[in-house]
Write a protein that binds this ligand. Structure first.
Ligand code: PDD
Length: 281
Protein backbone atom coordinates (compact mmCIF):
# COMPACT_ATOMS: atom_id res chain seq x y z
CA UNK A 1 0.00 0.00 0.00
CA UNK A 2 1.15 3.53 -0.75
CA UNK A 3 0.74 6.02 2.09
CA UNK A 4 1.36 9.75 2.45
CA UNK A 5 3.71 11.11 5.13
CA UNK A 6 4.78 14.74 5.41
CA UNK A 7 4.76 15.59 1.74
CA UNK A 8 5.77 12.21 0.33
CA UNK A 9 3.98 9.22 -1.17
CA UNK A 10 5.79 6.08 0.01
CA UNK A 11 5.30 2.33 0.38
CA UNK A 12 3.91 1.82 3.89
CA UNK A 13 7.02 -0.01 5.14
CA UNK A 14 9.20 2.98 4.25
CA UNK A 15 7.03 5.60 5.94
CA UNK A 16 8.54 7.01 9.13
CA UNK A 17 7.49 9.49 11.78
CA UNK A 18 9.49 10.95 14.66
CA UNK A 19 9.32 9.39 18.13
CA UNK A 20 8.81 12.99 19.34
CA UNK A 21 5.64 13.47 17.33
CA UNK A 22 3.16 14.92 19.81
CA UNK A 23 0.35 12.68 18.60
CA UNK A 24 2.49 9.70 19.57
CA UNK A 25 3.47 11.15 22.97
CA UNK A 26 0.34 13.12 23.90
CA UNK A 27 -2.46 12.26 21.46
CA UNK A 28 -1.95 15.85 20.27
CA UNK A 29 -3.49 15.38 16.87
CA UNK A 30 -6.77 15.41 14.97
CA UNK A 31 -8.08 13.08 12.30
CA UNK A 32 -10.78 12.44 9.74
CA UNK A 33 -12.10 9.27 8.13
CA UNK A 34 -13.72 9.57 4.70
CA UNK A 35 -15.38 6.61 3.03
CA UNK A 36 -14.88 5.68 -0.60
CA UNK A 37 -17.63 4.11 -2.72
CA UNK A 38 -17.08 3.27 -6.37
CA UNK A 39 -13.73 5.06 -6.09
CA UNK A 40 -15.50 8.27 -5.05
CA UNK A 41 -14.89 10.17 -1.80
CA UNK A 42 -18.14 10.48 0.17
CA UNK A 43 -19.10 13.89 1.59
CA UNK A 44 -15.49 15.04 1.41
CA UNK A 45 -16.20 18.76 1.77
CA UNK A 46 -17.94 18.04 5.10
CA UNK A 47 -14.87 16.23 6.39
CA UNK A 48 -12.59 19.08 5.30
CA UNK A 49 -14.78 21.62 7.10
CA UNK A 50 -14.71 19.61 10.30
CA UNK A 51 -10.93 19.13 9.99
CA UNK A 52 -10.52 22.92 9.81
CA UNK A 53 -12.78 23.29 12.85
CA UNK A 54 -10.85 20.70 14.91
CA UNK A 55 -7.51 22.31 14.01
CA UNK A 56 -8.85 25.74 14.88
CA UNK A 57 -10.15 24.57 18.26
CA UNK A 58 -6.64 23.35 19.14
CA UNK A 59 -4.88 26.41 17.67
CA UNK A 60 -3.21 24.20 15.09
CA UNK A 61 -2.28 25.29 11.60
CA UNK A 62 -4.01 23.65 8.65
CA UNK A 63 -0.95 22.56 6.66
CA UNK A 64 -2.69 22.13 3.30
CA UNK A 65 -5.34 23.80 1.18
CA UNK A 66 -8.64 22.05 0.46
CA UNK A 67 -7.45 21.39 -3.11
CA UNK A 68 -4.25 19.81 -1.82
CA UNK A 69 -6.15 17.60 0.62
CA UNK A 70 -8.45 16.54 -2.21
CA UNK A 71 -5.66 15.69 -4.62
CA UNK A 72 -3.76 13.63 -1.99
CA UNK A 73 -6.94 11.72 -1.19
CA UNK A 74 -7.68 11.10 -4.86
CA UNK A 75 -4.14 9.98 -5.57
CA UNK A 76 -4.13 7.49 -2.67
CA UNK A 77 -7.50 6.09 -3.75
CA UNK A 78 -6.20 5.71 -7.29
CA UNK A 79 -2.74 4.23 -6.67
CA UNK A 80 -4.12 1.81 -4.09
CA UNK A 81 -7.02 0.82 -6.35
CA UNK A 82 -9.65 1.51 -3.69
CA UNK A 83 -13.17 0.87 -4.97
CA UNK A 84 -14.80 0.61 -1.52
CA UNK A 85 -12.91 1.57 1.59
CA UNK A 86 -11.70 4.43 3.73
CA UNK A 87 -9.11 7.18 3.73
CA UNK A 88 -7.66 8.05 7.16
CA UNK A 89 -6.03 11.44 7.57
CA UNK A 90 -4.21 12.72 10.64
CA UNK A 91 -2.67 16.08 11.44
CA UNK A 92 -0.45 16.34 14.51
CA UNK A 93 1.20 19.25 16.26
CA UNK A 94 4.48 17.95 14.90
CA UNK A 95 7.69 16.75 16.51
CA UNK A 96 9.45 19.46 18.53
CA UNK A 97 12.37 17.18 19.39
CA UNK A 98 11.73 17.08 23.13
CA UNK A 99 8.80 16.21 25.33
CA UNK A 100 7.18 19.34 26.73
CA UNK A 101 3.60 20.05 27.84
CA UNK A 102 3.74 23.53 26.30
CA UNK A 103 2.95 23.67 22.60
CA UNK A 104 5.85 24.29 20.23
CA UNK A 105 5.87 27.36 18.01
CA UNK A 106 4.26 26.32 14.69
CA UNK A 107 6.82 28.52 12.89
CA UNK A 108 9.64 26.17 13.93
CA UNK A 109 7.64 22.95 14.34
CA UNK A 110 5.54 22.12 11.26
CA UNK A 111 2.48 19.88 11.68
CA UNK A 112 2.82 16.16 11.00
CA UNK A 113 0.59 14.80 8.24
CA UNK A 114 -0.20 11.12 7.71
CA UNK A 115 -2.73 9.57 5.33
CA UNK A 116 -3.46 5.99 4.42
CA UNK A 117 -6.23 3.98 2.79
CA UNK A 118 -8.06 0.90 4.00
CA UNK A 119 -9.53 -1.38 1.38
CA UNK A 120 -13.02 -2.56 2.46
CA UNK A 121 -14.79 -4.43 -0.32
CA UNK A 122 -18.50 -4.79 0.41
CA UNK A 123 -18.61 -1.73 2.70
CA UNK A 124 -21.93 -0.52 1.28
CA UNK A 125 -23.51 -3.97 0.93
CA UNK A 126 -22.61 -4.89 4.50
CA UNK A 127 -24.21 -8.09 5.86
CA UNK A 128 -24.20 -6.42 9.32
CA UNK A 129 -26.79 -3.91 8.05
CA UNK A 130 -29.21 -6.79 7.42
CA UNK A 131 -28.74 -8.24 10.91
CA UNK A 132 -28.41 -5.09 13.03
CA UNK A 133 -26.13 -4.34 15.96
CA UNK A 134 -26.29 -5.21 19.63
CA UNK A 135 -25.09 -2.48 21.96
CA UNK A 136 -24.39 -2.20 25.67
CA UNK A 137 -24.28 1.00 27.68
CA UNK A 138 -21.23 2.21 29.59
CA UNK A 139 -20.48 5.45 31.45
CA UNK A 140 -19.13 8.28 29.29
CA UNK A 141 -15.93 9.26 31.09
CA UNK A 142 -14.27 11.02 28.14
CA UNK A 143 -13.03 14.62 28.27
CA UNK A 144 -15.40 17.53 27.69
CA UNK A 145 -14.46 18.52 24.12
CA UNK A 146 -15.84 15.59 22.17
CA UNK A 147 -16.69 17.95 19.32
CA UNK A 148 -12.97 18.03 18.47
CA UNK A 149 -11.99 14.92 16.51
CA UNK A 150 -8.76 14.13 18.36
CA UNK A 151 -6.66 10.97 18.18
CA UNK A 152 -7.24 10.47 21.92
CA UNK A 153 -9.25 7.26 21.44
CA UNK A 154 -8.31 5.03 24.36
CA UNK A 155 -11.68 5.10 26.12
CA UNK A 156 -13.71 4.51 22.93
CA UNK A 157 -11.35 1.63 22.23
CA UNK A 158 -11.90 0.24 25.77
CA UNK A 159 -15.64 0.64 25.24
CA UNK A 160 -15.46 -1.44 22.08
CA UNK A 161 -13.64 -4.17 24.01
CA UNK A 162 -16.20 -4.07 26.85
CA UNK A 163 -18.91 -4.54 24.20
CA UNK A 164 -17.07 -7.46 22.61
CA UNK A 165 -16.58 -9.16 25.98
CA UNK A 166 -20.33 -8.77 26.61
CA UNK A 167 -21.11 -10.38 23.24
CA UNK A 168 -22.24 -7.05 21.75
CA UNK A 169 -21.02 -5.03 18.76
CA UNK A 170 -20.57 -1.60 20.29
CA UNK A 171 -21.13 0.53 23.37
CA UNK A 172 -23.36 3.57 23.84
CA UNK A 173 -21.90 6.14 26.21
CA UNK A 174 -24.09 7.53 28.97
CA UNK A 175 -23.56 10.74 30.93
CA UNK A 176 -25.97 12.07 33.60
CA UNK A 177 -28.38 9.30 32.61
CA UNK A 178 -28.47 10.35 28.95
CA UNK A 179 -26.87 8.77 25.88
CA UNK A 180 -24.18 10.99 24.36
CA UNK A 181 -23.06 8.87 21.37
CA UNK A 182 -21.52 5.52 20.45
CA UNK A 183 -17.79 4.73 20.73
CA UNK A 184 -17.30 5.95 17.14
CA UNK A 185 -20.74 6.95 15.88
CA UNK A 186 -23.82 9.09 16.55
CA UNK A 187 -26.92 7.46 18.03
CA UNK A 188 -30.63 7.67 17.16
CA UNK A 189 -33.96 6.24 18.23
CA UNK A 190 -37.19 6.14 16.21
CA UNK A 191 -40.68 6.60 17.67
CA UNK A 192 -43.58 6.75 15.23
CA UNK A 193 -42.65 9.40 12.66
CA UNK A 194 -39.92 10.91 14.86
CA UNK A 195 -36.18 10.42 14.58
CA UNK A 196 -34.67 11.46 17.91
CA UNK A 197 -30.95 12.24 18.27
CA UNK A 198 -28.92 14.26 20.74
CA UNK A 199 -28.48 17.94 19.87
CA UNK A 200 -25.03 19.24 18.84
CA UNK A 201 -22.81 20.59 21.62
CA UNK A 202 -19.31 19.99 22.97
CA UNK A 203 -20.65 16.68 24.38
CA UNK A 204 -20.60 14.84 21.04
CA UNK A 205 -18.81 14.76 17.72
CA UNK A 206 -20.69 16.68 15.05
CA UNK A 207 -21.03 13.76 12.68
CA UNK A 208 -20.76 14.48 8.98
CA UNK A 209 -23.00 11.48 8.29
CA UNK A 210 -25.43 12.77 10.96
CA UNK A 211 -25.84 16.09 9.13
CA UNK A 212 -26.58 14.38 5.80
CA UNK A 213 -28.92 11.78 7.29
CA UNK A 214 -30.97 14.42 9.14
CA UNK A 215 -31.35 16.41 5.92
CA UNK A 216 -32.52 13.31 4.04
CA UNK A 217 -34.86 12.38 6.91
CA UNK A 218 -36.55 15.80 6.77
CA UNK A 219 -36.83 15.51 2.98
CA UNK A 220 -38.52 12.14 3.50
CA UNK A 221 -41.12 13.86 5.73
CA UNK A 222 -39.77 12.39 8.97
CA UNK A 223 -39.84 14.65 12.01
CA UNK A 224 -36.33 15.20 13.40
CA UNK A 225 -36.17 15.92 17.14
CA UNK A 226 -32.76 16.92 18.49
CA UNK A 227 -32.76 16.06 22.19
CA UNK A 228 -31.02 13.56 24.45
CA UNK A 229 -32.63 10.25 25.46
CA UNK A 230 -32.08 7.63 28.16
CA UNK A 231 -31.24 3.96 27.69
CA UNK A 232 -34.70 3.07 29.09
CA UNK A 233 -36.38 5.26 26.45
CA UNK A 234 -34.22 3.72 23.72
CA UNK A 235 -35.17 0.20 24.87
CA UNK A 236 -38.86 1.18 24.46
CA UNK A 237 -38.36 2.81 21.04
CA UNK A 238 -39.66 1.33 17.78
CA UNK A 239 -36.16 1.31 16.32
CA UNK A 240 -32.63 2.55 16.86
CA UNK A 241 -29.62 3.14 14.64
CA UNK A 242 -26.18 4.71 14.49
CA UNK A 243 -24.38 6.73 11.82
CA UNK A 244 -20.71 7.22 10.91
CA UNK A 245 -18.58 7.70 7.83
CA UNK A 246 -17.49 4.05 7.96
CA UNK A 247 -20.83 2.43 8.90
CA UNK A 248 -23.16 4.87 7.06
CA UNK A 249 -26.52 4.07 8.73
CA UNK A 250 -26.47 0.88 10.81
CA UNK A 251 -29.59 -0.49 12.55
CA UNK A 252 -29.43 -1.35 16.27
CA UNK A 253 -31.61 -4.28 17.36
CA UNK A 254 -30.63 -4.82 20.99
CA UNK A 255 -29.73 -2.43 23.82
CA UNK A 256 -28.39 -3.81 27.14
CA UNK A 257 -30.06 -7.16 26.38
CA UNK A 258 -33.49 -5.69 25.51
CA UNK A 259 -34.66 -6.54 21.98
CA UNK A 260 -36.18 -3.70 19.96
CA UNK A 261 -39.39 -4.58 18.11
CA UNK A 262 -39.09 -7.98 16.45
CA UNK A 263 -35.28 -7.97 16.73
CA UNK A 264 -34.81 -7.21 13.04
CA UNK A 265 -33.45 -3.96 11.55
CA UNK A 266 -36.20 -1.35 11.58
CA UNK A 267 -37.98 0.00 8.52
CA UNK A 268 -36.84 3.60 9.06
CA UNK A 269 -33.19 2.67 9.71
CA UNK A 270 -33.07 0.45 6.62
CA UNK A 271 -34.76 3.11 4.51
CA UNK A 272 -32.39 5.84 5.76
CA UNK A 273 -29.41 3.63 4.91
CA UNK A 274 -30.78 3.10 1.41
CA UNK A 275 -31.47 6.81 0.89
CA UNK A 276 -28.05 7.82 2.25
CA UNK A 277 -26.20 5.41 -0.06
CA UNK A 278 -28.35 6.37 -3.07
CA UNK A 279 -27.87 10.09 -2.53
CA UNK A 280 -24.17 10.06 -1.67
CA UNK A 281 -22.60 7.74 -4.17
N1 PDD B 1 -15.73 7.96 13.88
N2 PDD B 1 -18.98 10.14 17.16
C1 PDD B 1 -17.72 9.69 17.35
C2 PDD B 1 -17.19 9.64 18.74
C3 PDD B 1 -16.95 9.28 16.25
O1 PDD B 1 -15.70 8.84 16.43
C4 PDD B 1 -17.51 9.33 14.94
C5 PDD B 1 -16.73 8.94 13.71
C6 PDD B 1 -18.84 9.80 14.80
C7 PDD B 1 -19.50 9.90 13.45
O2 PDD B 1 -18.98 10.97 12.69
P1 PDD B 1 -18.94 10.90 11.10
O3 PDD B 1 -20.34 10.66 10.65
O4 PDD B 1 -18.44 12.22 10.71
O5 PDD B 1 -18.02 9.77 10.73
C8 PDD B 1 -19.53 10.21 15.93
C9 PDD B 1 -14.88 7.60 12.76
C10 PDD B 1 -15.61 7.00 11.63
C11 PDD B 1 -13.73 6.74 13.28
O6 PDD B 1 -13.23 7.08 14.34
O7 PDD B 1 -13.34 5.78 12.62
Amino acid sequence: RTVYVNGEFLPEDQAKISIFDRAFLMADGVYEVTSVLGGKLIDFSGHLKRLARSLDALEMVNPLSDDEWLSIHRKLVEVNGIDEGLVYLQVTRGAPGDRDFAWPDPATCPPGVVLFTQNKPGLADSPAAKVGMKVISIPDIRWGRRDIKTTQLLYPSMGKMMAKKAGADDAWLVEDGLVTEGTSNNTYIVKGNQIITRQLSTDILHGITRAAVLTFAREAQMEVVERPFTIAEAQQADEAFITSASAFVMPVVEIDGATLGDGKPGRVASRMREIYLDEMR
